[in-house]
Design a protein around this ligand. Structure first.
Ligand code: NOJ
Length: 921
């Protein structure tokens, strides 16, 4: 009772603070001394008549695909500081530069004085070097020639690095001389050794909101500028509740931010929209687009980071500032936006192919309170004929927020519950957070204490703070031994469920980490992690370290089943193991509006498995808002309804009568499109392709498309969706970014025929309608029989939709596998490529060596039950099919729908997994 009271009090505090959240709880650049120092540095350097570069190259040695450069940093009135720079060309594309301060003395026994290298979190293994790159040490420059007509030139005097593609300058690094590596120094003589453009603010200690930061290593920030010549649009660096095309941050024009974009993982509570404030996750990867070219920068650093952006008429400037760590970045250049994300993903890894159930609809709230509650919600989905795949349990399922326990009073038999869900292939996702209740006798706490596997305070004791369970400690999953322990917690029937209960997945929340009584709702920066590094160094990778440990634990627990994990905190590379969502939004139109750009930003930043709480987390959505949110949310790669504990219940059948139909239709549309959405996941998992594509991906040379973030394309389907996100709206102005033909999704009418670029179409959309167009040139698959869950539909017939372009061409793909295991890695999958040239529609296999294991064996004969061909011209005068050496003439019908000529072939007699050709003449 007592503990419940404490928990309730804490909860009340938290909720109250949610409502009272102010910007003041989070540092501005000026209140964060390393940012202040570097912005000051930038302002000073900008006004200097002539800049004397403190960094001087002393030695160069060239190796295969890389150059090692010794540098000294001159320090006023003191010995210069040796630095080591390495420039390497990566086999997957990109030039990488690292700059380290090798001779940092050990300054005390607790805190490592080495600079932190965050690449081991971000990178998917050590990236291969392009040993065929030609690297030459000239008198004034070091030049690397590599890839597709790409050249990187490092000026030895200025340390400016210019990257060219096809002889055109794409990125200039350190052009504004903002390179700054604050070297190790002692406090006593610091002031004497500053240059005229440096200030000493906060170098050795600072304080925020009553929380001291002891800074045992003194100042150690790293900063650098990157200019993108000719570029006016830059994207990425999630997570921020802002537009897709990032804004200037120096407040010079209306609409600019005045604060830099900040990457510092925090529990931002009711976050502001249109803001550069930090959020739960951090991906320090940015890409830029201009007609004909794309470029990108990956700033490999897990510390608190600010990015100032300044758009000038002829270029965009960016200034990157991190509190600590090595200076490490990669510059990418390429022809298309895809090229950049693929290069980035080749280094950090692509989205793991999730179980198909995770790509379907998730029903969550804080909380489903009892086992009966869960089973009733589960049964109601069937009663109301609404599919769903996963039901979720938030923190209340535990005993007093002690993870790896069940509150048996209300969940007496989790095994039974899982078994009931499993009958219709449904899953349960339960929450496990990284804070561990400080309670002697609680086995997780006892083990952490005994093995010292928690995050420590700077005095070497366990760091203690408040979170859901009250006083807590934090497991230090950056420690391999803690990750091993985590494995054991998941393996040994932690939930009282046999390890083979493979329909249970995990949600790791609050992993920034969130500390209710900590600075900026997080942990003290001078807390100490594995290897003696401070939280300051590892901060943005901490959540990811937990996810990696959970992923490894689930893989060990059941190697045959793909894990699904949802994380709130993330870093570059988290896409390899988990999905993210945008945290605690609000049931208001503003948050529905910002969700699309936020999800799109995740998609261009290499972590496309992303979604927002459908319906809004805080507050109660009006029926119209809830319906519009489902109609938008069904396209989020991660599609989950979720709500705060104080909100009214809002399962779809509780909506007003007619709205139940709208919600049902929205969820059913997700299931109808699932074959195509799953195909988009497959593409993302091998190339990093976005699952939701911003318009500039499809029209990369149309600048009018560059800032559009109110609509998107779904994978390669050609489906262009413009969700309705304004109250009372009954139409949207749908921007068509190119000259292609477009057909309406609902009526098949041709709505756009070879028009001017940048055409805007008024699309009528009463509350029952989602504005969707189909772009000519694409073929996609759907399943028209909706069953209770995704796995139950795996063997169902497929419908193909062919939308011919004005040349009568179209192409598309369909990927199918068993949706949960790893057989696909050994070839047990069907992957068909479809091509249409106006006369012949062909299917060929993209699986070079299909293995007739379980899945292919069963699925190869799945019938294609319908083919719909939309075309701007009449094409059908006869139809012949050929498959497996046999010819026949299937029945077809033709229709004229407005200007669209439609041909429908019912039951063409084709098996989905085998090649075929269909001739229309
Ligand atoms: C914070 C999360 O953002 C929210 O989704 C969750 O319901 C609460 N924590 C309670 O676990």
């Amino acid at each position: 009772m007592k503990t419940t009271l404490v928990a309730l009090l804490l909860l009340a505090l938290f909720v109250a603070s949610c409502e009272a959240v102010t910007r003041g709880a989070f540092k501005t650049c000026d209140q964060n001394s390393f940012c202040k120092r570097n912005r000051h540095y930038a302002d000073q350097v900008a006004h200097l008549q002539s800049f004397s570069n403190p960094y001087e190259v002393t030695k160069v040695s060239i190796g295969k695909g890389e150059a090692s450069v010794s540098i000294v940093k001159s320090v006023p009135k003191a010995k210069s500081v040796p630095l080591s720079l390495k420039l390497s060309v990566l086999a997957s594309g990109g030039v990488r530069v690292t700059l380290d301060e090798p001779n940092r003395a050990k300054i005390n026994n607790v805190v490592s004085s080495k600079r932190y290298d965050a690449s081991h979190w971000a990178f998917n293994g050590e990236p291969a070097i392009d040993t065929s790159a030609q690297i030459t040490d000239y008198e004034h420059t070091i030049e690397a020639i590599y890839g597709d007509k790409t050249k990187a030139v490092l000026n030895k005097k200025t340390l400016q690095l210019d990257v060219y593609r096809n002889d055109k300058l794409e990125v200039s690094v350190n052009k504004r001389h903002l390179l700054n590596m604050e070297h190790l120094r002692s406090e006593s003589d610091n002031d004497k050794h500053l240059s005229s453009y440096e200030i000493a603010d906060g170098m050795f200690k600072e304080e925020f909101g009553g929380h001291p930061d002891s800074k045992p290593k003194g100042p150690e920030s790293v900063a650098l500028d990157f200019e993108f010549p000719g570029y006016n649009h830059v994207y990425g660096i999630p997570e921020h509740a802002d537009r897709l095309s990032l804004r200037s941050t120096r407040g010079r024009s209306e609409g600019d931010h005045t604060e830099p974009y900040r990457l510092y993982n925090v529990d931002i509570l009711e976050y502001e929209t249109d803001s550069p404030m930090p959020m739960y996750g951090a991906i320090p990867f940015l890409q830029a687009r201009k007609p004909g070219s794309s470029a990108g920068v990956f700033w490999v650093n897990a510390a608190d980071t600010y990015i100032d952006i300044q758009k000038e008429a002829s270029h965009t400037d960016t200034h990157w500032i991190s509190e600590s760590g090595t200076l490490d970045f990669i510059v990418f250049v390429g022809k298309t936006p895809e090229d950049i994300v693929t290069q980035y993903g080749s280094i950090t890894g692509f989205t793991t192919l999730p179980p198909i159930s995770a790509t379907a609809y998730h029903q969550c709230r804080w909380n489903y309170n009892t086992q009966d509650d869960v089973l009733e919600v589960h049964a109601n989905f069937d009663k109301y004929d609404i599919p769903y795949d996963t039901i979720w349990l938030d923190v209340e399922y535990t005993q007093a927020k002690k993870y790896f326990t069940w509150n048996r009073d209300v969940f007496p038999d989790p095994g039974y519950m899982l078994g009931q869900l499993d009958k219709t292939c449904r899953k349960l996702t339960v929450i496990i957070d990284p804070h561990i209740k400080l309670e002697e006798g609680y086995k997780v706490y006892d083990a952490l204490k005994q093995k010292g596997l928690y995050v420590k305070s700077n005095s070497g004791d366990a760091y203690e703070g408040d979170c859901w369970p009250g006083k807590s400690v934090w497991i230090d999953t950056t420690n391999p031994a803690a990750a091993e322990f985590w494995k054991s917690m998941h393996a040994k029937e932690p939930q009282g469920i046999a390890a083979e209960a493979d329909n249970m997945f995990f949600w790791n929340d609050m992993n920034e980490p969130s500390v209710f009584n900590g600075p900026e709702t997080s942990i003290l920066r001078d807390t100490v992690h594995y290897g003696g590094y401070e939280n300051r160094d590892v901060h943005n990778a901490f959540g990811m370290s937990m996810i990696n440990a959970t992923f490894a634990a689930l893989t060990a627990r059941n190697p045959a089943v793909r894990p699904f994990i949802l994380t709130r905190s993330f870093f570059s590379g988290t896409q390899r193991t988990a999905a993210m969502w945008t945290g605690d939004n609000e049931a208001s139109w503003e948050y529905l509006q910002i969700a699309t750009p936020m999800v799109l930003t995740q998609n261009v930043a290499g972590m496309p498995f992303a979604g927002a709480d459908v319906g809004g987390f805080f507050g109660n959505p009006a029926p119209e808002l809830l319906t519009r949110w489902y109609q938008a949310g069904l396209f989020y790669p991660f599609f989950r309804a979720h709500a705060h504990i104080d909100t009214k219940r809002r399962e779809p059948w509780l909506a007003e009568e007619e709205h139940i139909d709208y919600l049902r239709n929205a969820i059913r549309l997700r299931y109808q499109l699932l074959p195509s959405i799953y195909t988009a996941f497959r593409q993302a998992s091998v190339s990093g392709a976005p699952i939701l594509k911003p318009l500039f991906y499809v029209a990369p040379n149309n600048p009018d498309a560059y800032a559009r973030d109110d609509s998107f394309f779904v994978g390669n389907t050609g489906l262009l969706v413009h969700p309705v996100v304004h109250e009372g709206a009954t139409s949207v102005n749908m921007f068509i970014p190119d000259e292609e033909v477009y057909y309406d999704f609902h009526s098949s009418q041709l709505v756009h025929k070879k028009n001017d670029k940048g055409f805007e179409l008024e699309y009528k959309a009463n509350i029952d309608t989602i504005p969707i167009l189909q772009r000519g040139g694409h073929i996609y698959a759907r399943r028209d029989r909706i069953r209770r869950s995704s796995e139950l539909m795996l063997m169902d017939p497929v419908t193909l939709v062919v939308n011919a372009n004005s040349m009568w061409d179209a192409e598309g793909e369909l990927y199918l596998d068993d949706g949960k295991g790893y057989g696909y890695k050994n070839g047990d999958f069907i992957h068909m490529k479809f091509n249409f040239d106006g006369q012949v529609l062909k299917a060929s296999s993209l699986n070079p060596d299909p293995k007739s294991f379980d899945f292919v064996h069963k699925a190869i004969d799945i019938p294609i039950e319908k083919i719909i061909v939309n075309s701007p011209e009449m094409l059908t005068v006869g139809c012949t099919v050929r498959q497996a050496g046999r010819d026949w003439n299937p029945k077809y019908e033709t229709k004229q729908i407005g200007a669209t000529h439609q041909t429908i072939i019912h039951n063409p007699g084709l098996a989905v997994g085998l090649p075929w050709a269909m001739s229309f003449s």
